[in-house]
Design a protein around this ligand. Structure first.
Ligand SMILES: NC(=O)c1ccc[n+]([C@@H]2O[C@H](COP(=O)([O-])OP(=O)(O)OC[C@H]3O[C@@H](n4cnc5c(N)ncnc54)[C@H](OP(=O)(O)O)[C@@H]3O)[C@@H](O)[C@H]2O)c1
Length: 242
């Protein structure tokens, strides 16, 4: 185990499955104490137990502002925040319903926004912090059926730049990782074969494994990226380059 992040506490939203779980594993492996969140308590507690002693589960629904406020209240010190929890339902624009539009933005944008607003004062008071927003390749690319999700992730990439400007003078870096199609249970359940098709169309010709995205998150969390802020790191197999 490396000690690169020893003495630091990381909070990974949606850290109980998929990319978030892989991030929690790498951050804990680098010596950080890690809090993981999700809505499903049983899954969360099992994930924390499997990751080991340095990892704790806190139940939170990022779509619910009261739950976000409670999460802030329970998180006494967070040095690294990975905003990973998201909702990604697909629908063609002409078939989009209002409820799913709202819940996507409530989770991906509003919840992320107010979690950051709640945790950044502590980071600024300590003079350091690293926030990593997990966005998506489709924030920069038109994919039919992904309009609301893509727009929500583009909003978060915009917030990444604003937050870098607002919090940089206080020592807090804010970056995004924009994954391409990644092989997770959640995305397979929601998008089925479409994810594999998107993977085959990339220059690298395949979907990513969650650990490959987590490596990019670890880089932005650590001092290896000490002069990087306001950036979006495209971990997408060349998806937006081609
Ligand atoms: N997989 C891909 O192809 C892909 C590509 C680009 C970007 N991304 C982004 O990567 C991130 C992770 O995706 P994934 O594929 O790893 O998803 P996943 O396997 O479905 O895992 C999602 C995680 O987020 C939690 N979660 C979902 N909604 C939540 C909410 N409202 N409040 C709190 N926690 C919530 C889930 O736990 P509970 O269900 O228990 O709440 C779970 O821990 C997302 O931001 C996604 O947009 C994924």
């Amino acid at each position: 185990m490396s000690t690169q992040l020893a003495g630091q506490t990381a909070l990974v939203t949606g850290g109980t499955a998929g990319i978030g779980l892989a991030c929690a594993r790498l951050l804990a492996g680098a010596g950080a104490a890690v809090l993981i969140t999700g809505r499903d308590r049983a899954r969360g507690e099992a994930a924390a137990a499997a990751l080991g002693a340095g990892v704790r589960f806190v139940r939170a629904d990022i779509a619910d502002l009261d739950s976000v406020a409670e999460l802030v209240a329970q998180s006494s010190r967070v040095d690294i925040l990975v905003n990973n929890a998201a909702s990604f339902p697909g629908a063609l624009t002409l078939e989009q319903d209002v409820a799913s539009f709202e819940s996507t933005f409530d989770t991906n944008v509003r919840g992320t926004y107010f979690l950051v607003a709640g945790l950044v004062p502590g980071m600024l008071a300590r003079g350091h912090g690293s926030i990593i927003n997990v966005t998506s390749m489709v924030a920069s690319k038109g994919v039919a059926g992904a309009s609301v999700y893509s727009a929500s992730k583009a909003a978060v990439e915009s917030l990444t730049r604003t937050w870098a400007a607002e919090f940089g003078p206080g020592g807090v870096r804010v970056n995004a990782v924009a994954p391409g199609p990644t092989n997770t249970e959640g995305v397979v359940a929601e998008w089925g074969d479409v994810n594999d098709e998107l993977g085959r169309a990339l220059p690298l010709g395949r979907t990513a494994e969650p650990a490959e995205i987590a490596e990019a998150v670890l880089f932005l969390a650590s001092s290896a990226s000490s002069f990087v802020t306001g950036a979006t790191l495209h971990a997408d197999g060349g998806g937006i380059a081609a």
